[in-house]
Design a protein around this ligand. Sequence first.
Ligand code: SF4
Length: 603
Amino acid sequence: MSVKGGYFFRILDVDLTRGETTIVPIDESFVLKYIGGRGFGARLVADHLKKSGGKCDPLGPENILVIAPGPLTGVYLPASGKNSFVTLSPATGIYGDSSMGGVFGVELRQAGYDAVVLRGRAPELSVLTIEDDRVGILPLPQAAGVSTLEAEKLVREATGDEDMKIASIGMAGENGVVFSCVNADWSRNAGRIGIGAVMGSKNLKSIAVRGSKDLPVYDLDALVRVSREGYDYLKSHEFFRFWQEQGLMSVVDYANAMGILPTHNFKETVFDRADKMNGYVMEDRYKISDTACFGCSMSCGNVCLVREGKYRGTVTEGPEYESAAMLGSNLGASNFAYILKANALCDDLGVDTISTGSIIGSMIEGLEKGILTQEDLDGDEITWGDEEGILRLIGKIAGREGVGDTLAGGAFAILKRWPDMEGVLSHVKGLEQSAYDARAAISMALGYGTSDIGAHHTRAWTVASELENGAGWGLEEKAEFVIYHQTIRPLFDMLGVCRLPWIELGFPEEYYQRFYQAVTGVERSMDDLLECSRHVYDLTRTINVTLGINRKDDYPPKRTLVDPVPSGPTKGNVVDRDEYEKILDLYYEKRGWDSDGKPSLSL
Ligand code: SF4
């Protein structure tokens, strides 16, 4: 199998402590096995962990941060703007990655790299500049504490370059908030697992890139043919227009109708004011424009403006469903203008909206249940729907002020201080649960429980399929379905494309094999590509096992197993513990892992 396109065959390695850069060549066998994106990142993190003797402090200079687009990133085909950030997570202490859209990753490829590895720690707050082969580390102390957008402005002033693509952290990343994000292109985030804090621990406020190279494509004519076909497929889909209008905000009504909408910290799954915060409210009263990532005709981004009231003047891209649900219904708040304000604040400060909403919801419930006292929250009172209190707490988390210092440490720090919060704060392996209740669908519980980064929905979003079609499925089919999701979804991150066309508009899988073949010249079946993804999942599990993960860590949040849903269409649902043990056994067996969840692979 020879690779004729798709790669530059080189990785840029930057030692921030020494101010040195190295070009590391990669060979054909490496790109064939790991494909790109998350695959490259997982391999590089595994190699680094092995060299470090199986130990690495995620916030120490010894941790590495890999930024890796895929072979399809930036190429003419639908939704090809994705780029993976891969590292060891300060939130969970284990493997972590996040996929960011927009155009930042495209520019990185145009600079001529298949990945960038950052190691060490710059002597002072800095921006890394990459202009093709010219790489520099520029002090940027004036950016301390500023928002992600303000950081972009300061980088442009410092470099004198208006066109660089810039990824930055906010105050939260500088302060080591373990669920802080990296933000680029105004509205695109690498979120969830604390990549912002890893960048902050390296004294890196921003990364600015400008590339001028053509991307290597093996058969341009074939690519144009299949891409046109793909764009036509999407355009002719009955929900294409609706998707452009609402994007992921359309999920609010769906989740509420199905009884999986996080409400009052996941105590409930239906919100009686969901119609005040759904996609139609956004569309009718707040939306002023669409935005899209590179190459994407689906343009799911929604630019919104608050025109009146106390949040007047707030402009933000979003919220996506998960942000609206976690900062809205999960906190008992339905005022859409407030949701936009909270979303914009999280983006400016650089914190993940899902974890932030989950943690604040657990604080409110903790107070309600008497597990916490008002003194624990610095004498502050906070209740469901308390917009001012919520916004204040977001600021305290990013600034690590008062109780915010504990909350900034995420689930593990909260549970260390208040162990009785275990049944209140929903998390897996230290990562707070995403915006889909799992009590009605054991496959979703298994997806959360076995996800290699913790309770995040993007690894296996199986809840809708199980609720709609799973009546006749046994545990075996459900375990297989989770593995299928955990295999195909990460493949999109390896290729450098967005998974939403496949999820939302049923974009057929075979297109990805055809895109890959046209770009790389490598003839492989979809099964072959999926096998590569499956190997990478084994590898990330092996990283986690090396770091101490085993069966005891593969359970869904406690609430999923003990608190029946109190009302709504999923009333009475709870995942049965014995059933879960059975499905976990099946899952391990089908993956070829032992009964403790250990793959036969070694680092
Ligand atoms: Fe970006 Fe949305 Fe298009 Fe995906 S569907 S590439 S997130 S605009």
